[in-house]
Design a protein around this ligand. Structure first.
Ligand SMILES: CC(C)(COP(=O)(O)OP(=O)(O)OC[C@H]1O[C@@H](n2cnc3c(N)ncnc32)[C@H](O)[C@@H]1OP(=O)(O)O)[C@@H](O)C(=O)NCCC(=O)NCCS
Length: 155
């Protein structure tokens, strides 16, 4: 079986990222947009992007992690200048260490960018997302629109 590679996303990864989101939606774990344009605009080519990493095995994207800079009036209410993280792994590839490997790449990018902290905004019912972020070292720091917000300090 091919090994798993973690690398920076390029424009042609928008389709694979969309496929990952669609798999998550099909498993009942997502109700937001999953289309290719969304994947391109919201992740790969987002102007606030610091790093978007994809985990690839053969020609299939298994998952991705997005790190963006929190700007004024960001939808997560994260402090301006922090990073904001989003993680999405195909259910069929879950619990194989893909999320952990992606976070190593994200952490390096966050350190290189001089971020002081990273926000992860998660639904309180998303037990796997909450467990994953806690396992990566995030801690609760506030609530926003009913979501639980966890932070990872880089200082
Ligand atoms: C949550 C998610 C990102 C985890 O990704 P993953 O690749 O399965 O995570 P890993 O295999 O790297 O797991 C790392 C650690 O996170 C924790 N974890 C991950 N999934 C978990 C689960 N379902 N239940 C409990 N703990 C879990 C564990 O501590 C795990 O370490 P271990 O396997 O050595 O015990 C993935 O399930 C996912 O994309 N879910 C749908 C979208 C989502 O909820 N995103 C999260 C928003 S922050």
């Amino acid at each position: 079986m091919d090994s798993i590679t973690i690398r920076e996303a390029v424009l042609t990864d928008a389709q694979g990222i969309s496929d990952v989101l669609q798999d998550i939606a099909a498993a009942g774990k997502r109700n937001k947009r999953c289309d290719v344009d969304f994947a391109r605009e919201h992740y790969v080519a987002d102007p606030d992007r610091i790093r978007c990493s994809v985990a690839v095995q053969g020609d299939q994207a298994l998952g991705f992690q997005s790190l963006k800079r929190a700007i004024e009036n960001n939808p997560y209410g994260a402090p301006v200048g922090w990073g904001v993280i989003g993680t999405h792994i195909r259910p069929s590839a879950a619990r194989r260490g893909v999320g952990r490997a992606l976070f190593r790449a994200t952490l390096l990018a966050a350190q290189e960018s001089g971020l002081s902290a990273i926000d992860a905004t998660i639904s309180p019912t998303n037990t796997e997302g909450l467990a994953y972020c806690s396992a990566m070292g995030f801690v609760d720091y506030r609530q926003h629109d009913g979501a639980r917000c966890k932070s990872y300090s880089l200082t």
